[in-house]
Design a protein around this ligand. Structure first.
Ligand code: S3P
Length: 445
């Protein structure tokens, strides 16, 4: 359900540099998974630092509708428990996953291997996104999925309690698909085997082990082979959610491109399968220092000290995409401000995100006077600064909205976005947090 009125915002060059120390909300990927695994496990899981954005709240509501106990006990603090593997029940209404591809796709995996009938839908953005990538392989469990033409939501599923274990090679590098198959494999009799040609974020594998499942991961060519033994006894296990590196990306790039800035971001998740952006920004000459490196809840975490930097162009190889797949719109902003022409390679997957992010990122740059074009699946961006002055269409896409507002902090004239509402899907509190650092962002006139 979309909120009622559009919420346009304008950002402009601030009079003074950005400064301060902040934390960003909890990691979205880990938050979804924590609620799902906890809602399948026997015994209580306490979660701290949960992202309370719209996307994750949809997962909480869906798990509740399936019979899990999911309660909020304080800010970011949640308690959840479940009936054990195979014990969830049919929801008595449609599951509405809002804007969240992760919630929708991972849940398909849970539903496939339960004796459940369910119907799932989402908002206009999610209803455009491809679901065949999960429902086709999940069909081999014995579950029956029926979707709208083109494999789009709404869909219905008649799951099976006698699920066959899957053996599947991922045709696209997708942690969502991998995780959906692992979730289905939890209630299959036997070993689920997934081959991923390129490594993608491994939060599901880490968390499965944390909850007591047996998961083996071995290197396999350029990727990995993952094996999960079905029907383990999942036991509740507390989860500490680190700050989301994909959210930290926005204040980081803002600090880099507003001259004189210095910003500290505390408690950011640094799982190496998520940190492609930090590597890329450093290649561009960004001053990003990691201090206080530590572990929290089984994931590496650190504090980042970011100082405004003179950025130079970069050539990002296609095989880095899985480790920074959500960060291309904000990287494009950094490239627009860098010296020289950048090439971001292998971005086909961006076409099926919350919006067609490749087209929308290009449109955002072009409208604000940046010379850029798409060549096959590469985005080529001529740096050197940007004029600004446009109203950017955000297409129900939180990351485009935040990227365009960060762009406006460094353009000659202000940048406006048509709608800031969707920012809440992943980064509630983004506007006040950025304003607290000194960013000049206000309601559009
Ligand atoms: C996610 C995986 C990525 C990413 C999304 C979150 C996850 O999607 O874009 O925001 O939590 O597994 P794909 O698996 O489709 O690449």
């Amino acid at each position: 359900m979309e909120p009622v009125a559009a919420f346009p915002q304008t950002s402009r060059r601030p009079a003074t540099p950005l400064a301060g120390a902040i934390t960003v909300p909890g990691d979205k990927s880990i938050s979804h998974r924590a609620l799902m695994f906890a809602g399948l496990a026997v015994g209580e899981t306490r979660i701290s630092g949960l992202l309370e954005g719209e996307d994750v709240l949809r997962t909480a509501a869906a798990m509740r509708a399936l019979g899990a106990t999911v309660e909020r006990t304080g800010p970011g603090a949640w308690r959840a428990s479940g009936p054990g593997i195979g014990g969830l029940q049919s929801p008595d209404d449609v599951l509405d996953m809002g804007n969240s591809g992760t919630a929708a796709r991972l849940l398909c995996g849970i539903l496939a291997s339960h004796d459940i009938f369910a119907v799932m839908t989402g908002d206009a953005s999610l209803r455009r996104r491809p679901m065949r990538r999960v429902i086709d392989p999940l069909g081999a469990t014995g579950a029956v999925f029926t979707a709208r033409e083109g494999g789009r939501l709404p869909l219905s599923v008649r799951g099976t309690a006698e699920a066959m274990p899957l053996s599947y090679r991922l045709p696209v590098a997708s942690a969502q698909v991998k995780s959906a198959l692992l979730l289905a494999g939890l209630n299959a009799r036997g070993v689920t085997e997934i081959e991923e040609p390129e490594p993608t974020r491994d939060h599901s594998e880490n968390m499965l082990r944390h909850f007591g499942a047996e998961v083996d991961v071995v290197s396999h060519g350029t990727g990995k082979l993952i094996r999960l033994r079905g029907q383990p006894e999942l036991r509740g296990a507390d989860v500490v959610v680190p700050g989301d590196p994909s959210s930290a990306a926005f204040p980081i790039v803002a600090a880099l491109i507003v001259p004189g800035s210095r910003v500290t971001i505390e408690g950011v998740g640094l799982n190496p399968l998520r940190t492609g952006l930090f590597l890329t920004l450093r290649e561009m000459g960004a001053a990003i220092e990691i201090v206080n490196a530590r572990e929290a809840g089984g994931e590496p975490v650190g504090d980042l000290i970011v100082t405004a930097s003179d950025l130079r162009a970069v050539d990002v190889p296609a095989d880095r995409a899985p480790s920074m797949i959500d960060e291309y719109p904000i990287l494009a902003v950094a490239c627009a401000m860098a010296r020289g022409t950048s090439r971001l390679r292998g971005l086909a997957e961006l076409r099926v995100k919350e919006s067609d992010r490749l087209a929308a990122t290009l449109a955002m740059l072009a409208a604000n006077g940046v010379k850029a074009h798409v060549e096959d699946d590469d985005l080529v961006i001529a740096g050197g600064g940007a004029r600004g002055g446009a109203t950017v269409a955000t297409h129900m896409d939180h990351r485009l909205a935040m990227s365009a507002l960060v762009l406006g902090l460094a353009t000659e004239t202000p940048v406006t976005i048509d709608d800031a509402r969707f920012i809440d899907t992943s980064f509630p509190g983004f506007l006040p947090l950025m304003r607290g650092l000194g960013a000049a962002i206000e309601a559009a006139a």
